[in-house]
Design a protein around this ligand. Structure first.
Ligand code: NAP
Length: 254
């Protein structure tokens, strides 16, 4: 697949991975739609890019709110006939321990990381099913296979996203609709800049964006990287629960 003349939606386009993907797509011959709550940040880098041809459509939208996603989709349909590829990347990651425990973080995390995908799929599906074409790229995480201390809400939201995307991939296969799951390891972004622990095999956002774009072009079912973290998380996933919990409980949260 190539991006020539395609219409591509990216959520979470104001910072980090979404911004890096968007900046690369600004140089491709495609139409892009950029979604974030801080749409001013998107406008700043789009203006700075001096791209005049195929200026992106920038929409302020909170993806955890079903009505805002529906309104954003309506705006898109006024300008474009269809969306060919939807990169559903918006997400949040809070460290929540016994010290700051509050269900608000769970609501916000599931709102963006899980429902932020569900609400967009709800809008896209009728058109995709009618045309028997289209691609959904959901950004999950390699943190989807175990519960890590202080990241319970985040890991649970990503496990939910990965399992949901897998089910969707199976169901939509016979309709010619592609569902891809992106599972990054640690990537340097404002999200991980808050982490106080050492992040192994940390990648620059620009490199992560290129891997994601290459994976989409190859229509890879699962785009996971870097290989070292993929390998480590596979091993951690295979360890019996009791053994995992013994060692994981030795890691002290700050
Ligand atoms: N960085 C990593 O190491 C890593 C690893 C695995 C997976 N991921 C996943 O990659 C994705 C991007 O993360 P990132 O690292 O690039 O983080 P980031 O720099 O914090 O970017 C997150 C993006 O999501 C948007 N967002 C968050 N909540 C939103 C909401 N309710 N409505 C609309 N947009 C929302 C933010 O925009 P606004 O705040 O302007 O709305 C921002 O553009 C996330 O799904 C994350 O879980 C990241």
């Amino acid at each position: 697949m190539n991006f020539e003349n395609k219409t591509i939606l990216i959520t979470g386009a104001s910072t980090g991975i979404g911004k890096a993907v968007a900046q690369k797509l600004l140089n491709e011959n495609c139409r892009i739609i950029l979604i974030a709550r801080r749409s001013v940040l998107v406008k700043e880098y789009v203006d700075a890019s001096l791209i005049k041809k195929n200026a992106p459509l920038i929409i302020k939208c909170d993806v955890s709110k079903k009505d805002e996603v529906a309104s954003a989709y309506k705006l898109i349909k006024e300008k474009y006939e269809r969306i060919d590829i939807a990169i559903l990347n918006a997400g949040v990651g809070h460290t929540v321990t016994t010290k700051n425990y509050n269900s608000f973080y769970a609501e916000q995390t599931f709102g963006a990381n899980f429902f932020g995908i569900i609400y967009w799929v709800e809008q896209l599906l009728p058109e995709y099913l009618k045309s028997r074409a289209g691609m959904i790229v959901g950004v999950s995480s390699l943190a989807d296979n175990r519960g890590f201390s202080g990241s319970g809400f985040y890991c649970a939201s990503k496990a939910a996203a990965s399992i949901y995307l897998e089910g969707l991939r199976v169901e939509l296969k016979s309709f010619g609709i592609k569902v891809l799951t992106v599972k990054p390891g640690f990537v340097k972004t404002p999200m991980t800049d808050q982490n106080k622990f050492k992040m192994p095999f940390l990648l620059p956002a620009d490199k992560a964006a290129q891997i994601i774009i290459d994976g989409i072009k190859k229509e890879k079912r699962i785009i996971q990287f870097p290989w070292q973290t993929v390998f480590l998380t596979k091993i951690v996933g295979l360890i019996p629960g009791s053994l995992y919990e013994y060692f994981a409980s030795k890691v002290k949260m700050k």
